[in-house]
Design a protein around this ligand. Structure first.
Ligand SMILES: [Zn+2]
Length: 484
């Protein structure tokens, strides 16, 4: 969807909404779960045949036609619309994983060379699918496109014209979706008064059906609020979601939410490990009743997952509110591209703190994109290399300790995240440092600038820099302002 906002054309993105089943009976849940298992086999077959590195670039329509021609579809025992939608969904998943791999390879190319001709050659090969001929590209694509497998066995995709919603006498909505048998719909009571629309994704979890669907972000109330008029740089934080280049902090509850959740999950994990070993010992002794009771009553996942969902909702609210506050004053938001750091997320393993922080970073990235698009502000991504280690005033690479940044040249202590946010803002106008300029080149550029800067200034002695006194007092007054 494309609309005009303040004379600018803005393409609005879709946001996902989720409705839940309300007291769904076991028989219906079992029937839906059965359908999910059948469709899981469809997904696995698609990934198996077309998900590999060498997989042909077919469209979902071509796959459908092939399966219809050779009778592949018969073995799954599901209705035609159901498997066709699942093929479409799985093919989209494969395309997305290819695109993600290509993006990762593109970044690696930027790290490898700065030669524009070489960039062009490699990107053309990547785009046209001829990367297998180039050893460098082939190696990287194999690395990032590790042969995928389907692990999804709890979903049903329902096309827009295959479902309907009706209200009963009490006003409760019932969603009817196809079952495994022709013309026998399964009616699901919903917990909401808003009928899900468009293509639905049913996800079965904990005896409850989640109904995921998308709406235009433009239809949401907050899209009415116009954005501000200035350019603002932001730095993502831990104790707060964002610090802006004016020195204001937004989303201050985020740190507490993260710490509390991390502590809770660690304690809970230890308690569960203890209970599991008690259950195992009981089972070893032959006391299976006790082992079963512990597994059923103390080691379930339903409560845990609902609690996690509540916590995630709180983090999202805090983060989106923070971004809205920035966009209130910004027509251009300048930020680090936070999506870039996701690749490493898997490596955090059991480290709860880092896993939660990485997830939160994803929410900040999503909020920046989403809110900017909805409210018509521009989001500019910049290269954030050394933005937290360089002084925004003179460019000197200094020492960051905790929330303080000490510039050895200016002899000034800045608030580290404010200093970083100002650097981020300045990067948008930096003609030498582009989005993909490698880390070490950024360092060289910064060094060269401070060297030039210094040769123009009188030789510094060991006494305090003449400008330092006034800057310290300026900083102190700024900080007092920030406190208020
Ligand atoms: Zn400085």
């Amino acid at each position: 969807m494309v609309v005009q906002v303040h004379g600018r054309t803005v393409a609005f993105m879709k946001v996902t909404r989720v409705a839940y089943s309300h007291r769904l009976n076991t028989g219906k849940y079992t029937a839906l779960a059965e359908q999910c298992r059948h469709l899981g086999r469809v997904r696995s077959e698609v990934w198996q045949r077309y998900g590999s590195v060498g997989g042909a670039a077919l469209s979902d329509r071509q796959v459908r036609d092939r399966w219809l021609a050779d009778g592949t579809h018969v073995q799954f025992g599901v209705l035609a619309n159901a498997w066709k939608e699942t093929v479409r969904d799985a093919m989209a998943g494969i395309a997305a994983s290819r695109a993600a791999a290509q993006l990762a390879v593109k970044r690696a190319v930027y790290r490898r060379t700065t030669d524009p001709a070489e960039h062009k050659r490699l990107f053309t090969a990547l785009k046209s699918g001829r990367w297998a001929d180039d050893p460098f590209l082939a190696r990287l694509m194999r690395k990032y496109l590790a042969r995928g497998h389907n692990r999804t066995r709890n979903q049903i995709v329902v096309r827009a014209d295959q479902h309907n919603t009706r209200a009963d006498e009490s006003g409760r909505l019932w969603l009817a979706v196809p079952g495994l048998v022709q013309r026998k719909m399964i009616r699901i009571p919903l917990n909401t008064t808003v009928a899900p629309a468009g293509t639905l994704r049913l996800i079965l979890r904990n005896n409850r059906v989640e109904i995921h669907y998308q709406i235009d972000a433009a239809d949401m109330p907050s899209s009415q609020r116009p954005c501000g008029a200035r350019a603002i740089g932001v730095d993502k934080g831990y104790t707060e979601a964002l610090t802006d280049s004016d020195g204001n902090h937004h989303g201050r509850r985020l740190g507490k939410l993260l710490t509390a959740e991390s502590d809770y999950r660690k304690a809970k994990g230890r308690a569960r490990a203890r209970l599991r070993s008690i259950a195992n010992n009981a089972a070893a002794r032959g006391d299976h009743g006790k082992a079963d009771r512990i597994h059923r009553n103390n080691l379930g996942t339903m409560k845990r997952e609902r609690r996690a969902a509540r916590w995630e909702a709180q983090v999202r609210t805090e983060t989106f509110t923070a971004v809205h506050q920035v966009v209130d004053k910004a027509s251009t938001v300048v930020a680090e591209d936070l999506t870039k750091t996701f690749a490493g997320r898997k490596n955090f393993g059991r480290n709860t703190n880092r896993r939660l922080a990485a997830w939160t970073k994803g929410v900040i990235a999503e909020a920046l994109t989403n809110v900017s698009q909805r409210r018509g502000s521009a989001l500019v991504h910049v290269n954030a290399a050394y933005t937290s280690q360089a002084c925004h005033r003179c460019g000197t690479l200094g020492n960051r300790s905790g929330d303080r940044f000490h510039c050895t040249w200016c002899r000034v202590v800045w608030q580290a995240d404010v200093n970083a946010a100002i650097n981020v803002l300045q990067r948008a106008a930096d003609r030498d440092i582009g989005l993909h300029t490698p880390h070490r080149v950024v360092k060289q550029i910064l060094r060269a600038r401070t060297d030039r800067h210094r040769t123009r200034l009188p030789v510094q002695d060991s006494s305090r820099h003449p400008a330092a006194e006034s800057e310290i007092s300026e900083l102190l007054s700024n900080e007092q302002e920030a406190e208020r």
